[in-house]
Design a protein around this ligand. Structure first.
Ligand SMILES: [Zn+2]
Length: 119
């Protein structure tokens, strides 16, 4: 006698779709389970987030330093750059501004004039 094999019916925990089989046909969740972050996944996500923050800070620093040099050349003709730089300098905490000025004096003053004169 032939017995009919019935697949187990599931309810997806993510989207509440009823289905049978391994993957939810609506959202693709395996066995209808929500995805959970494992320990290694969490560390990778955290490292990617921290890398993004460091990269963004570096890009903002480059943009600010470029604007600072643009504002310093041209005898006050670059008024927009001067306004942006002065408002950022007012917003920055004193220790950050002091560290930037020291970094500018020791490293950037050698690099940026060469870059500006080349272009
Ligand atoms: Zn689903």
């Amino acid at each position: 006698m032939h017995r009919k094999i019935r697949k187990k019916r599931r309810v997806c925990k993510s989207c509440k779709t009823r289905f049978s089989g391994r993957y939810c046909p609506y959202c693709g969740a395996e066995y209808g389970q929500r995805h959970s972050l494992r320990t290694s996944g969490f560390i990778i996500v955290l490292l990617r987030f921290l890398f993004s923050v460091v990269l963004l800070a570096f890009l903002l620093f480059l943009a600010f330093a470029s604007l600072d040099y643009v504002a310093s050349v041209g005898n006050g003709s670059h008024t927009t750059a001067i306004a942006i730089v002065s408002s950022v300098k007012n917003a920055l905490p004193k220790p950050f501004l002091q560290a930037y000025l020291e970094f500018k004096l020791s490293y950037l003053d050698f690099l940026f004039p060469k870059i500006i004169h080349l272009t």
